[in-house]
Design a protein around this ligand. Structure first.
Ligand SMILES: [Zn+2]
Ligand SMILES: [Zn+2]
Length: 167
């Protein structure tokens, strides 16, 4: 749990509390299989009194061990996630779907931070935006130079298919 006591900010109309954490992946219940993080996770944000609910706003930053989706190279990339969530008191009525709840003036930031990091991870990571990927003919890393293969020729399977459609 990453606990914040909100008793003080609830007493004030515009109550607000800043926080900043350096967290180990285990503290966020993030395993290697969930997301291969390296180093600590930085979290900076505020929790504020918004009347019926508490508003959590935070920026999360972490370094992630990734594999490039084009050239298959292993690299470390920075992940940034924005958290914007509402916390309702457990006793509240009409709690919004997927909103978080808290009890006894203690808010647990673990779940929203964890979720935001997992959701921020792209399905296909690239080692760099203009990664040239691997040559489909010889498998060489095209970022390291031109291998000289002719990649404009039509795939023979595709040519056969075209012939088939024509007939
Ligand atoms: Zn790459
Ligand atoms: Zn090649």
């Amino acid at each position: 749990m990453i606990k914040i006591n909100v008793a003080e900010i609830k007493k004030r109309l515009v109550g607000k509390k800043d926080f900043s954490y350096e967290l180990k992946p285990a503290e966020l219940n993030i395993t290697e299989a969930d997301l291969p993080l390296t180093g600590t996770v930085t979290v900076k944000g505020t929790i504020s009194n918004a009347g019926d609910v508490l508003l959590l706003e935070a920026m999360v930053e972490a370094m992630v061990n990734r594999t490039c989706g084009r050239c298959l190279k292993a690299f470390t990339g920075k992940s940034t996630a924005e958290v914007l969530e509402k916390f309702y008191p457990a006793s509240a009525e009409n709690i919004e779907n997927d909103a978080f709840i808290y009890e006894s003036d203690i808010v647990d930031l673990m779940e929203p931070i964890r979720e935001s990091l997992l959701l921020a991870e792209p399905l296909q990571a690239l080692c760099r935006i203009d990664c040239q990927g691997l040559c489909p003919v010889c498998g060489a890393d095209r970022n390291k130079g031109d291998c000289g293969c002719d990649t404009t020729t039509v795939d023979p399977r595709l040519a056969a298919l075209k012939q088939f459609i024509k007939n």
